[in-house]
Structures are given as structure tokens and as C-alpha cells.
Design a protein around this ligand. Structure first.
Ligand code: NAD
Length: 469
């Protein structure tokens, strides 16, 4: 029986039943068990989704937009319930979970606003009229990770639906509950039956069935770079469209001319938010050598002051890691003898790891180059702007980054030189639903969110009408 605690059982038959066990990461108590989708379930879902998509794409744009606004209103009416579920299945702090549920509502509203604005073009030609038509792709598979189960499910789902597609969403093994509730809310709000279906299941069973199914036109995958590469290779077999949002090891560059107090105050939550299980976490803090000691002396009390504990408590800033496997993985990077700053966390049941800053590591140490995906950052000194950029780019990833400086010219130069998709100056913001998001290098392929989100779920058809006959 494959489940989250047995990541590599032998491959099952396509219709062999299995269950997912959902644990509360802060108590280790079972929250629910959920039947896992088999390859046969996926096949049936694709057939049903294709029928629903045909009808959906034929609706007037205004009617599709209204249906998505009703879905957004249903999410809005159940924000607290969704947030509570996110706290219990993912261990997110209640403040973050409320924001995440609100983000789903906003994504649906924003996508609804794009339905009537999804325009083709008229291109000048001789002897006729040339127009482009943006057609929906058909059935889209969205494969989501466990670190932001609600928002990332909606990043793909909302624009895909708005552009006239059906969506099959496969949530991560450990976090299927909010996705299942979202699908119920979609149905209750009046979305056509089978248009948006959730297939909770194991990646190599339900996920793989979506990736390889000939009836699925596009895969939107968010997860690890290793799995993303295998998915891209399988999609190549059918030239299936693919968007990949993968890992990160993002730099936070602090120059000597910056507001050092502000930079040190902002640094902890830039890598501790969501217990560091954030693809944009600023886990490589690069500090100019002339202010290195001062920065560390300000950073230490700020890290130690982060409140770690019960995620349902309104005052909590950081909760547990998602699972025992993730806890073991993070522990593997942090031996007790490494110098640095350590915060506090609860002991007893739950997957707890304290806020941790490592100093004195070589720039090529595993903790300084690999995505730890836990509350762990490294601090490295640099001499000048050229070395800062070189260190920032010394990674296979290129998702996000921050630059702290008061020099506007330097801010623009460094943003130009750092190879990453999402940069911020004197701030750590990365994600807004109305600005584009995605990675350079091995952090991903394609962009989500922002004004072009719907277009990524269309095929452009060019039509020439001859006016000379
Ligand atoms: P993961 O790659 O293990 O799993 C992600 C999803 O893929 C899950 O739903 C899983 O079931 C599924 N999956 C696993 N194997 C599969 C297969 N062979 N075929 C099809 N589907 C399969 O990643 P994770 O541990 O859940 O998530 C953490 C990773 O996600 C981190 O690397 C993080 O950086 C990345 N991430 C990236 C972004 C971004 O936008 N760039 C956002 C969030 C998370």
C-alpha cells in the first residue's frame, strides 16, 4: 500500500487501491485517510473532463467569467474553514493560512477578469485579413507540492479554467485535503460537473498517469527540480506543453551602504517563513565584509526572537516541518558542531526544527549550495560588487533574490547581473498574483501569474482570410 511513509514501494497495478494518510505535522496525529487515485481513476477523470471542457469552452466569455467569480465568492465565504484545514494538514501558521486562502480567492477573481480580455490580434497583410485566435488547450494537469498546497493549486487552476480549459489537480501526498475542499466549493458554486476535478494520489501513480496520458494537453508542475526533469522528459515524448516551477537557493545580498538594521530585521522571516519550506526562501545571505560582524550581531537576536510553536496560535511566526522525512533531510545538513545562530523550537511530538543560521561554511558546502527546504540559512562574506554577483550566480538555481543597498545604480546593476526570475530591492517580496513569477536556469520553465497567465493555457491559431476571390 503506497503512502507518504513508503516513498518507494514496488509499482502497483493500474487499478490497485491504496490510501494516503494525512498527519498533523505539529502533533503527528492522523487528520484523515484519503483513497488514492489509480491510473484507471485518472483515465476516467480525463474522459469526463474532456466532455466538460467542450461545453465550458463554448460558453460566452461573460458567462465563464461569472462562474469563476461565483467560485471566488464561495472560497471567500469559506476562508476560515480552508485556513483551518491548511493549519491541520500542512502545519502553516494561521496567519499565513488565512493569507493563502485569500490568495486563492484573489487568483480566481483576477483570472475571471481576464476571460473577456483574452484577445487575439489582427495583423496587416496584403490581399486579405489575418487574425490570431487563442484557443484553449483542452484538459490541463496541475501537479502541486505540499509546501503551499492552496495557492500553488490555484496558480495553475484559475488561469487554465479562465482560458477555457478543464483542470485535473493532483495535490501532494501529504496535503490533499484543502484541494479536495476547493473542488467541492467549485461544484457548489455552480462550475460544470467534472470541469475541475481533484485526484489525490501518489506522484508516481496518479501524477505519472496524468503526465503520460494522451488526453492531457499540458502539465503544470511545481515541485523539486529532480522530479521536474523526469516530467519534462516524459512530456517530450508527446511534445506535451509543460510549465515547471522548481527549486531555489536564493541569495540575499547586503551591501555596506544598505540600512543594515532594516536588512538584519527583515532577514529572519525571509528564510524562516513557512519553516523555510519556500522555493523563494533567501537562504544564502551574502554580506559585504566591512559590515559582516555588525550584521551578524543584529541578526542573532532577530533570529532568536522568532516565535516557533503551535501554528494555530495567532502569535506564532513559524510552525513545524511537513513530515518526519523532511525533518530527517534538514537534520542531515546541520551537525551540532557547525558554528552559527540557533533559535528555539518545541520538543515532543511534531516535526520541529529550530531557526538556524550557519556561519563559516565554504561557499561550496552542501548547506550553502543545495536546497535544504527547512529553516536554515548560511551567511557568507563578500568583498565587492563583482564578488557578490559571482557568489549569487554560483548555483544551478535562479528563482529569486534580494538586494539591500541605498545606491540606486548598484541596485539596478546587480538586478541586471543576477540570473533569477524574481528580484526585490530593500525587500523580500517575490509573489503577487498580478505580476509574473518563475525561474531562470534549473528553477523552472515558463511563467505563472501576472497579466500573461491565461495565454499560457492557449494555443495560438493564425487564420488568413483571402479577400481577393
Ligand atoms: P516533489 O517534486 O517531491 O513533489 C511535487 C509533486 O509532484 C507532488 O504532488 C508529488 O506527488 C508529485 N510527483 C512526485 N513524483 C512524481 C512523478 N514521478 N510523476 C508525477 N508527479 C510526481 O516536491 P515536493 O517535495 O512536494 O515540493 C518541494 C519542492 O517544490 C521544492 O524543491 C521547492 O523548491 C519546489 N517548489 C517550487 C516552487 C516554484 O514556484 N518554483 C513553489 C513551491 C515549491
Amino acid at each position: 500500500m503506497p503512502n507518504a511513509s513508503h516513498p518507494h514501494p514496488p509499482p502497483p497495478a493500474p487499478d490497485e487501491p491504496y490510501e494516503l494518510t494525512v498527519l498533523n505535522p505539529s502533533t503527528e496525529e492522523v487528520v484523515a485517510t484519503v483513497p488514492g487515485a489509480t491510473a484507471v481513476d485518472v483515465d476516467r477523470a480525463v474522459t469526463r473532463a474532456a466532455g466538460a471542457q467542450h461545453t465550458w469552452a463554448g460558453l460566452a466569455p461573460g458567462d465563464r467569467a461569472r462562474a469563476l467569480r461565483r467560485f471566488a465568492a464561495a472560497v471567500d465565504a469559506h476562508l476560515e474553514e480552508l485556513a483551518d484545514l491548511e493549519v491541520r494538514e500542512a502545519g502553516h501558521t494561521i496567519g499565513n493560512a488565512r493569507w493563502e486562502a485569500g490568495n486563492v480567492r484573489d487568483l480566481l477573481d483576477y483570472a475571471a477578469g481576464g476571460v473577456e480580455r483574452l484577445c487575439g490580434r489582427q495583423i496587416p497583410v496584403a490581399g486579405g485579413l489575418d487574425v490570431t485566435i487563442l484557443e484553449p488547450l483542452g484538459v490541463v494537469g496541475v501537479i502541486a507540492p505540499w509546501n503551499f498546497p492552496l495557492p500553488i493549486a490555484a496558480w495553475g487552476t484559475a488561469p487554465a479554467l479562465a482560458a477555457g480549459n478543464a483542470v485535473l489537480l493532483k495535490p501532494a501526498e501529504t496535503t490533499p485535503l484543502t484541494a479536495l475542499r476547493l473542488a467541492e466549493l467549485g461544484r457548489e458554486s455552480g462550475l460544470p460537473e467534472h470541469l475541475f476535478q481533484v485526484l489525490p494520489g501518489a506522484g508516481r501513480i496518479a501524477g505519472d498517469a496524468l503526465v503520460t496520458h494522451p488526453g492531457v494537453a499540458k502539465i503544470v508542475f511545481t515541485g523539486s527540480t529532480a522530479v521536474g526533469k523526469t516530467i519534462m522528459a516524459k512530456c517530450a515524448d508527446r511534445v506535451k506543453r509543460v510549465t515547471l516551477e522548481l527549486g531555489g537557493k536564493s541569495p540575499n545580498l547586503v551591501f555596506a551602504d544598505a540600512d543594515i538594521e532594516a536588512a538584519a530585521a527583515a532577514a529572519p522571516l525571509s528564510f524562516l517563513d513557512n519553516s523555510g519550506q519556500d522555493c523563494c526562501a533567501r537562504t544564502r545571505i551574502l554580506v559585504q565584509d566591512t559590515v559582516y560582524e555588525r550584521f551578524l550581531s543584529l541578526l542573532a537576536p532577530a533570529v532568536e526572537a522568532v516565535r516557533v510553536g503551535d501554528p494555530a496560535d495567532e502569535r506564532t511566526q513559524m510552525g513545524p516541518l511537513i513530515s518526519r522525512a523532511q525533518l530527517d533531510r534538514v537534520r542531515g545538513y546541520v551537525s551540532d558542531d557547525l558554528p552559527g545562530i540557533r533559535g528555539r523550537c518545541p520538543d515532543g511530538p511534531g516535526f520541529w526544527f529550530p531557526p538556524t543560521v550557519l556561519t563559516g561554511l565554504a561557499p561550496d558546502a552542501p548547506a550553502a549550495t543545495e536546497e535544504v527546504f527547512g529553516p536554515v540559512a548560511v551567511v557568507l562574506p563578500f568583498r565587492d560588487e563583482a564578488e557578490a554577483v559571482r557568489l549569487a550566480n554560483a548555483t544551478e538555481y535562479g528563482l529569486a533574490g534580494s538586494v539591500w543597498t541605498r545606491d540606486l545604480g548598484r541596485a539596478l546593476r546587480v538586478c541586471g547581473a543576477v540570473a533569477a526570475g524574481n528580484l526585490s530591492v530593500n525587500s523580500h517580496s517575490s509573489v503577487r498574483y498580478w505580476t509574473p513569477f518563475g525561474g531562470f536556469k534549473q528553477s523552472g520553465l515558463g511563467r505563472e501569474l501576472g497579466p500573461d497567465a491565461l495565454a499560457a493555457f492557449t494555443e495560438t491559431k493564425n487564420v488568413f482570410l483571402n479577400t481577393e476571390v
